[in-house]
Design a protein around this ligand. Structure first.
Ligand code: SF4
Length: 389
């Protein structure tokens, strides 16, 4: 048994579910379902293919997203864990964010507390001075967090004095040498802006697709899915790494989630954050029913099958939606974690997350290997071109 299997077994034992595993089958946890031999064989064949450097078709991935029985889902999770181990080892990428400009956003994203279109309790303030940003970089360094992302609630970044100020904040973080300088500053409409960010020291830009192309208009009508894809194009051309993922639990179908995973693969995202909707009072999604934790874990596992080499990061909504099952995201294939508070909601303390990683035998010192595991064989580019490694 490899170490990760040991950690996995330890965690499930902590949750008091090992008895169920023995009772149900040798393959599943928390499951009284019988294992379907055909499904078991097909999941194993797909898992083996991904482990060997191969890729899933959309139809194959959709079949995984559609799995229903908990026995099958835990089977899938076990394979996702192997794939994470194979491509990411024990390294866990930790990121944090600082809200550099809060509230009063012109956009109408239905999940967002910061939209001016909705009455929420979210704070509102203008672009921050250097001090809070450098404090966030200090804190990140103390906790061994790889990156601090500067996040602004506005439609996008235009050329002018605000771009100068943003570049200055990025430069300060980059030159402090304390943490990687990342940012999430909305839509970009020119190559010049992307190049300026790169020159300032920006390494990675957060810009979620949020959902599938089909579902996007259901949660935002003030800008388009294409605006987001275009922004990512400018950033990539400038040589900036891409952090792009989405939010699950907005009312999208499993097919939408599958299409999002393939769109991110095609775009060559380096980091793929999966947020789980935390319904905010006052927003159109305030009454959305929460996703069952097992559905969330299955989605993470499916993303790992489709995106074997990417950092799959569990971001907003994990504490409120997964509660005591948070540590299982790594067994489901996650290799990165957003730590510290989110933009408008609280997270569990960083110390608790670090202890969780230690208990699982995982290593948060991600910066020892950078993005090299994605680039050594040109995988991200190869995947875009549809080639296998
Ligand atoms: S998600 Fe971003 S763009 Fe959309 S309303 Fe919130 S802050 Fe504005």
């Amino acid at each position: 048994m490899c170490l990760s299997d040991t950690a996995w077994a330890k965690k499930t034992q902590e949750l008091g579910i090992l008895a169920h595993i023995a009772q149900a089958t040798k393959l599943s946890t928390m499951s009284s379902d019988q294992v379907d031999a055909a499904n078991h064989g097909r999941i194993a064949a797909l898992g083996q293919r991904v482990l060997g450097g191969g890729h899933l078709t959309r139809e194959e991935a959709l079949w995984l997203f559609d799995l229903e029985s908990s026995a099958d889902i835990f089977d899938l999770i076990a394979w996702a864990n192997r794939i994470r181990e194979r491509f990411k080892g024990k390294k866990i990428h930790l990121c944090s964010i600082v809200n550099a400009k809060a509230g009063a956003c012109s956009e109408n994203c239905s999940f967002c507390a910061q939209s001016a279109a909705y009455q929420t309790d979210s704070p509102r303030y203008g672009f921050v001075d250097p001090e809070p940003v450098l404090e966030a970089a200090d804190e990140a360094q103390r906790n061994g967090v790889t990156a601090v992302g500067l996040v602004a609630a506005w439609k996008g970044l235009k050329e002018g004095s605000m771009l100068d100020e943003v570049c200055e904040r990025i430069r300060e973080v980059a030159q402090s040498g304390k943490t990687r300088a990342d940012a999430s500053l909305g839509i970009i409409k020119s190559q010049t802006i992307a190049n300026r960010l790169k020159e300032a020291g920006l390494e990675c830009y957060g810009h979620n697709l949020e959902s599938s192309r089909r579902f996007f208009p259901q949660h935002c009508t003030t800008h388009t899915y294409e605006d987001r894809v275009e922004t990512i194009g400018y950033l990539k051309k400038a040589g900036i790494k891409i952090c792009s993922g989405g939010i699950i639990g907005m009312g999208e179908t499993r097919e939408d989630r599958c299409d999002l995973a393939f769109a991110l693969k095609e775009l060559g995202a380096n980091v793929v954050p999966i947020n789980i909707l935390n319904p905010i009072k006052g927003t159109p999604f305030e009454n959305n029913a929460p996703l069952p934790p097992l559905e969330i874990l299955k989605t993470i596992a499916c993303f790992r099958f489709v995106l074997p080499r990417q950092e799959i990061m569990i971001a907003g909504g994990r504490t409120v939606n997964l509660r005591d099952m948070q540590s299982m995201v790594f067994a489901a294939g996650a290799s990165a974690l957003m730590v510290g508070n989110y933009l408008t909601t609280l997270n569990q303390p960083v110390e608790k997350d670090l202890q969780m990683l230690k208990d699982l035998g995982l290593d948060p010192n991600w910066d020892k290997h950078g993005f090299s595991d994605q680039e050594e064989c040109g995988c991200v580019q190869a995947e875009v071109a549809g080639a296998a490694c």
